[in-house]
Design a protein around this ligand. Structure first.
Ligand code: NAG
Ligand code: NAG
Ligand code: NAG
Ligand code: NAG
Length: 278
């Protein structure tokens, strides 16, 4: 049932992906309609009887993942007037198309879509003979915003931290130096909730440079980055400590030579050294 163009269309920018829908399957045919949408926009989940018979006095129910009550309609009573039991997740966000009911169209609109709306939806007409059930799979994308980057000083140098929050699908996160080389990094810390991902990536740097954290979501053709400058403490403090150390040694050697030449007394008796060397 998938459109043959699917693979190529997946590579198009987000704007186009919102338009991807396929003709609905029925109870006998479980191929879902796939609707991809960007987070924060709205989506119309399609569901229409092929007979186009009026459903104004019929009964239909929308559910998510087989359990959550998304939208209920029964002969004029529905989730936005009389009917109780709509899942909290969908309160005040779902509407049907009153003027479309006479055409057998039970599509719904979900406003302000969230990543957690992703899932498997059913549009069910339990009282029709034969019963009709439609499957719609919704995928909500969340493109990453500019990551937040931090420079943290540690014992073994300077650590770069890059943090990405609330995105979907899971992004690839990398630290690069100004020459574009990928820095060796620790295993990223990935947490997932309701299909949305948070990622923290840390890398230790040993030389001063401009570093860029690059976030890539290949599936939706999205890349964004943030830059920071880091100068490892080790290097600069190392130079200072080294310089002080060498100065102390030089001073020590000079003093030792003076002592060996018997000039040490001069430190206590002013002028005597000058006399003895003369
Ligand atoms: C969804 O948003 C539209 C405006 O974009 C508004 O007309 C409609 O009433 C909203 N639906 C719900 C259920 O809030
Ligand atoms: C059902 O109604 C929606 C909202 O008006 C519309 O976008 C969709 O194309 C309609 N479906 C059919 C099969 O007419
Ligand atoms: C949706 O259905 C697919 C199979 O079509 C399954 O792999 C996936 O786990 C389901 N998702 C949820 C949230 O139930
Ligand atoms: C980092 O970039 C800034 C300009 O963005 C430049 O002035 C600076 O010299 C660069 N530093 C290093 C270490 O490359």
């Amino acid at each position: 049932m998938f459109h043959p163009q699917r693979k190529t269309m997946d590579l198009l920018p987000l704007v186009c992906l919102c338009l991807l829908t396929w003709s609905a399957g029925t109870a006998a045919d479980h191929s879902p309609v796939v609707v991809k949408v960007e987070q924060g926009s709205y989506v119309i989940l399609p569901c229409s009887l092929s007979t186009q018979q009026s459903i104004t006095f019929e009964h239909f129910e929308w559910k998510k993942d087989g359990q959550k009550d998304v939208f209920f309609y029964d002969g004029g009573k529905h989730s936005n007037n009389d009917h109780k039991g709509q899942d909290e997740q969908f309160k005040c966000r779902v509407s049907h198309f009153e003027d479309q009911l006479k055409n057998g169209n039970a599509s719904i609109k979900i406003n302000n879509t969230k990543i957690s709306d992703s899932g498997n939806y059913t549009c069910d007409f339990p009282d029709l003979q034969p019963r009709q059930t439609f499957y719609i799979k919704l995928v909500v994308f969340g493109a990453a915003a500019k990551p937040s980057v931090r420079v943290v000083k540690t014992d073994d140098g300077v650590q770069l931290q890059c943090e990405v929050e609330g995105v979907s699908p899971q992004p690839k996160v990398e630290w690069k130096d100004s020459a574009g080389n990928i820095l060796p990094a620790k295993e990223p810390q990935v947490t997932e909730r309701g299909g949305s991902y948070n990622v923290i990536l840390q890398a230790t740097v040993t030389k001063a440079d401009n570093f860029t954290c690059v976030v890539t979501q290949n599936d939706i053709n999205h890349q964004i980055s943030a830059e920071t400058v880091a100068a490892p403490l080790n290097e600069s403090t190392g130079w200072i400590v080294g310089a002080v150390f060498i100065t102390l040694i030089v001073v020590g050697v000079i003093l030792a030579v003076l002592v060996w030449k018997g000039c040490i007394k001069l430190n206590f008796k002013k002028g005597s050294c000058q006399q003895s060397t003369l």
